[in-house]
Design a protein around this ligand. Structure first.
Ligand SMILES: [Zn+2]
Length: 198
């Protein structure tokens, strides 16, 4: 009794389902696989530029070409280019997207390319990678969330310096470039030695 109307409904439904299935693929092939909620943000290193994922600690560590540009993750207001982190530290306050209002720091830079009060667009170079105060790694950089406009970052009591705030930046970078940043953060050492009982 229900057959005829069911069949009549089935074809439009099937077409709708196919459209839903095919549409995201087509757009994914055209642009990228960045999830829509964070699609206004940019990976901090230019496409095709050297990038190695390093430890997630108070921010996300990575290595890039020493002297290469490091990019603004999002449209933001430059708060300082002399933040507390070792090396020249640029701090931006994000102006767009789900992370609007948050402070992002870029630590260990050789040189800052922006001035306080300046508004930068997502992907604009903000500093020059230098690995300053990061011995043994000339292209070392760190990007993370700061607690304040002058770049104070969360403390950690763990031996691997991991913080949830660093984990948050790791997740964002994984979303922005899953080929270069893995699903799980790198810990070094992977497990802290157990504390001795007194
Ligand atoms: Zn670090």
């Amino acid at each position: 009794m229900l057959r005829a109307p069911t069949r009549a409904l089935a074809i439009p439904c099937l077409l709708a389902a196919l459209t839903v299935l095919l549409a995201p693929r087509a757009s994914a092939a055209r642009t990228s696989t960045v999830p829509r909620p964070v699609s206004m943000y940019r990976f901090p290193v230019t496409d095709g530029q050297l990038f190695y994922e390093e430890r997630t600690d108070r921010g996300q560590d990575f290595a890039t070409r020493p002297g290469g540009p490091v990019l603004a993750i999002g449209r933001g207001l430059v708060m300082t280019n002399r933040g507390y982190f070792p090396g020249r530290t640029v701090v931006l306050q994000l102006l767009e997207g789900p992370l609007a209002g948050r402070f992002v720091f870029y630590g260990h830079a050789r040189r800052a390319l922006v001035q306080p009060g300046q508004i930068v667009r997502a992907g604009q170079p903000v500093s020059i990678a230098g690995g300053v105060s990061a011995p043994g790694d000339p292209g070392h950089m760190e990007v993370g969330f700061a607690l304040t406009a002058d770049g104070v970052i969360p403390r950690t009591l763990r031996c691997d310096h991991y913080t949830p705030s660093g984990g948050e930046m790791h997740t964002l970078m994984h979303q922005l470039n899953p080929d270069l940043v893995g699903t799980r953060p790198i810990h070094d050492p992977p497990r802290c030695p157990k504390k001795k009982r007194r």
